[in-house]
Design a protein around this ligand. Sequence first.
Ligand code: GLV
Ligand code: MN
Length: 195
Amino acid sequence: VDPDPLQDFCVADLNAALSVNGYPCKPSSKVTSEDFFFDGLSKEGNTSNIFGIGVTLGNVQTFPGLNTLGISMNRADFAPGGVNPPHTHPRATETGVVIEGKLLVGFITTDNVLHSKVLTAGQMFVIPRGLVHFQLNVGEEKALLLVAFNSQLPGIALVPPSLFGTTPPIPNQVLTKAFQVGEDVINEIKSKFGA
Ligand code: GLV
Ligand code: MN
């Protein structure tokens, strides 16, 4: 969980010249009501990509009014068959509610137990902090999901590109040994993630 605020608000100055743990506050004299509202999640995300998913971020970097308040949201749009691939948020627990469609939601514990369920509109889930999780659109139509985090900047580490699409690439020796497959398999997966 992010640290507690020391004042009512601290609207982020994203362009400040100094770097702190979080963002410095915009001068109060410059703060307006607009700083506390954000319409970035009102539009459907673009799902024309290999995963068939569009994630729109409502974090401190897109909505600076969230700075120091320890909270943020995302919108996820899924094409039919679209997947939010296995990923983690290093700084937050996530909770979400399906708005439209039918999603298989799952997370994996540190003991490698999978907890999953198919959810429809109005149903909620929780992903404990840091655990690997995914959502798959198992319906015939597109799906819409809203999620919330107990961090202003939860971070997203997507497992496939974290392993197969890094700069510079992870040596094949690491990946062939880790996954117990040959180099051809590793190279094929790497080729999908631009490595
Ligand atoms: C969903 O899991 C998201 O992190 O947007
Ligand atoms: Mn997530």
